[in-house]
Design a protein around this ligand. Structure first.
Ligand SMILES: O=C(O)CCC(=O)C(=O)O
Ligand SMILES: [Fe+2]
Length: 328
């Protein structure tokens, strides 16, 4: 692919984000992982039908409509079955996680790593703070997951994402790192189905206070320059890069289909990931290529081992914030 230009890098530095259109091609870069999630959904539907939570596998429907139907009929938040990270509390030996070979392929995509290299240098660690977000229509979410002001269920949220900085979501060890967020959709991400919003230049304001809230951590509106917010509709193939301090959120999904996206992170090798209890890997090293991980099974195994360890002893906190602050 074409490497990033000096202008791109200046834009990223100045604005705190860079949107690269058509970095990926559907057939070669995205379709393999999309198909893999189709298989995950197949197995989930087998399970939901077997457990009596659904009456049909809805084989005639495309992925998004089947997923929506699964939410509707089971009345459950199903995102953890697809997510490529563990829950933030109460991990059990059988907590669902999907760390399949095509997910590893997406994290290791050479075109993506070229752009990441241009932004953070040639020694690249895949940070384990990573998610696939299958964001269902608001209308099928359990009532208390629809709006950030109504009841917290814990775990990874499938609805609206409130304003935050990714730096605020990790532990302080990562405060002075060069952690880079990479966000890209597998479906269209539109204003209607819940695309991202960002506040350009907000990365210059330091780490803001985050309040633990019903949909996760959020920066109170009063601390944000909301007049500058920018919605970022994206097509499959487009990739958005964010500075760790750029404030972002996402709109509710008001459509009748799912919005699917990856948000993954990278940092220079040797820096804390801010969640060092989870396993990352060397995605690219020009200095020591022999340290790169190219084995998807070994990567998956590292997650299974982490899950087994956390099932015995969960860690007390994945972030630093408490609700007893005057800002909250
Ligand atoms: O996809 C979303 O709704 C939110 C994503 C996000 O917060 C992130 O990519 O860091
Ligand atoms: Fe985020």
């Amino acid at each position: 692919m074409n490497r990033l230009t000096d202008e791109d890098l200046e834009h990223f530095e100045r604005e705190g984000f860079l949107l690269v259109r058509e970095l990926f091609e559907w057939e070669t870069d995205l379709r393999p992982v999309w198909d893999e999630y189709g298989e995950v959904l197949d197995r989930l539907l087998d399970y939901l039908v077997a457990s009596g939570e659904m009456t049909s596998r809805h084989e005639d429907l495309p992925f998004g409509k089947r997923m929506t139907q699964a939410y509707r009929e089971s009345g459950r938040v199903l995102s953890q079955y697809f997510d490529c990270s563990l829950p933030q509390k109460g991990t059990r030996e059988d907590s669902p996680i999907w760390v399949g070979p095509e997910v590893f392929g997406a994290l290791s995509n050479e075109k993506l790593l070229d752009a990441v290299e241009d932004l953070i240098g040639p020694e690249i660690f895949s940070n384990p703070v990573q998610h696939i977000r299958i964001k269902p229509p608001q209308s099928v979410l359990p009532e208390n997951r629809r709006d950030p002001r109504s009841g917290y269920l814990g775990g990874f949220d499938a609805g609206v994402t409130p304003w935050h900085q990714d730096n605020g979501v990790v532990l302080p060890e990562a405060d002075e790192t060069n952690m880079l967020t990479v966000w890209f959709p597998l479906t269209r991400a539109t204003c209607e189905n819940g695309c991202l919003k960002i506040i350009p230049r907000s990365h210059k304001d330091g780490l803001l206070h985050h309040c633990p809230g019903v949909s996760g951590l959020n920066v109170p509106d009063s601390m944000l320059d909301l007049a500058s917010e920018k919605v970022v509709p994206m097509e499959p193939g487009d990739v958005l890069f964010l500075n760790r301090r750029t404030c972002h959120s996402s709109l509710p999904n008001m459509s009748d289909d799912v919005r699917v996206s990856f948000d993954i992170r990278y940092n220079p090798i040797g820096q804390s990931t801010g969640r060092d209890v989870f396993p990352g890997f060397v995605a690219r090293s020009r200095a020591h290529p022999e340290t790169e991980l190219h084995d998807p099974a070994a990567w998956a195994q590292s997650w299974y081992e982490t899950r087994a360890r956390l099932a015995v002893k969960n860690i007390p906190a994945y972030n630093r914030w408490t609700a007893d602050h005057p800002m909250c």
